[in-house]
Write a protein that binds this ligand. Structure first.
Ligand SMILES: NC(=O)c1ccc[n+]([C@@H]2O[C@H](COP(=O)([O-])OP(=O)(O)OC[C@H]3O[C@@H](n4cnc5c(N)ncnc54)[C@H](OP(=O)(O)O)[C@@H]3O)[C@@H](O)[C@H]2O)c1
Length: 329
């Protein structure tokens, strides 16, 4: 078994393997996938020492949690299990809804507790203090071990943390998305909150498979869903990716390994959760934990991929509004 270095997420958060596994794409979000293959992939990840597994009640409308529940039969105690609630619509941050969502997730996952339970998006119709109060009660009851937030502003994080300790924030963070560096990450460090870096491969841009538009299937769901993959922005983002691949090639490491090693280099309190449907890519991603980038490589990446280098919004208008509202103070 691979010995993955361990990282503690936040001052009092869980200890996890330095590279986790995001399972969202195992519910077809980026194209077709077979459940039996997915179960084998999860088993292989556990065998290789991955401990942090990330799902949500929204991925495949429950399919993802059910699939993970199936894969975790007899192995639940070997992993740190994280799920989320509240992305679909407003009102889901209400205390009664939070409790009901957790019960449903536990049933689908076939477990009696979660190690991390995230509020996937801030609910603008419910004061965050109320949602946090409900989450605190679930911690006291032993149904969840740690509370997490996702796509949250620094100011809102402070409000939430004052009600109940937030162990982890899950935010998009990669060479394509560096905005958390501005004020979220410094606030997290001040409060002792760990960062789980989601979409650390830029939803595929940084994997090395897509070098030109022709490499991305016309019916790939990302093309219609995410502005960075839109016709208007795709060429420029692929050019940025190719410039990053050149740096990887010069160092003789695969692009995905470079991208993940960069995320890992940002601090011991940062853990990426790349998603993959393929064992070969899983193995490559795990190997990034053993790669330490030298100063020259880091400086080259800084030059090629400074904050804001990727063009286009991260989400479509509806989700962008949802996130922006989450950032009101
Ligand atoms: N909190 C939130 O709002 C939120 C939002 C999005 C995602 N997430 C979480 O973050 C996790 C990961 O994000 P993500 O799946 O969106 O994006 P990602 O990890 O940045 O990228 C996934 C893409 O990269 C490819 N890939 C993975 N490893 C590779 C490798 N070694 N070489 C080449 N290509 C590789 C995958 O293709 P293959 O399948 O072909 O390997 C897939 O197309 C999700 O599963 C989910 O748990 C959270």
């Amino acid at each position: 078994m691979t010995v993955l270095p361990q990282r503690r997420l936040g001052a009092d958060g869980p200890l996890v393997g330095a590279v986790g596994l995001g399972t969202m794409a195992l519910s077809g979000i980026y194209g077709e996938v077979d459940d039996d293959d997915s179960v084998r992939l999860v088993h292989r990840a556990i065998d290789e020492g991955v401990t942090l597994f990330d799902t949500s009640d929204s991925y495949g409308q429950g399919h993802n949690e059910q699939l993970l529940g199936r894969a975790l039969t007899g192995r639940r105690d070997q992993i740190v299990l994280a799920s989320k609630f509240g992305i679909q619509r407003e009102g889901l941050g209400r205390p009664d809804r939070v409790r009901a969502a957790l019960e449903a997730s536990l049933r689908r996952l076939g477990t009696d507790h979660l190690d991390v339970y995230y509020m996937h998006r801030f609910d603008p119709t419910t004061p965050i203090e109320d949602s946090m109060g409900a989450l605190g009660e679930l911690v006291a009851e032993g149904k969840i071990r740690h509370v997490g937030l996702s796509e949250i502003s620094a100011a809102r994080l402070r409000d939430a943390h004052a009600v109940h300790p937030v162990a982890v924030v899950q935010q998009e963070y990669s060479l394509f998305t560096r905005e958390p560096e501005v004020d979220l990450l410094p606030t997290m460090r001040e409060l002792g909150v760990g960062l789980v870096a989601y979409s650390p491969l830029g939803r595929g841009f940084l994997g090395g498979t897509f070098r030109s538009v022709a490499d991305i299937a016309a019916d790939d769901p990302r093309r219609s869903r995410y502005p960075r993959y839109s016709e208007q922005n795709l060429e420029r983002n692929l050019a940025l990716a190719r410039a990053i691949f050149d740096i990887a090639e010069a160092r003789h490491i695969p692009p995905a390994v470079l991208a993940l090693a960069w995320v890992l280099s940002r601090g011991d309190d940062v853990v990426p959760i790349p998603g993959t449907r393929r064992v070969q890519n899983l193995m490559s991603n795990i190997s990034a934990a053993a790669v330490e980038l030298d100063g020259v490589t880091l400086a080259d990446l800084e030059r090629v991929a400074p904050r804001g280098a990727a063009v286009g919004e991260r989400y479509d208008e509806a989700m962008s509004r949802r996130i922006e509202r989450g950032e009101e103070t």
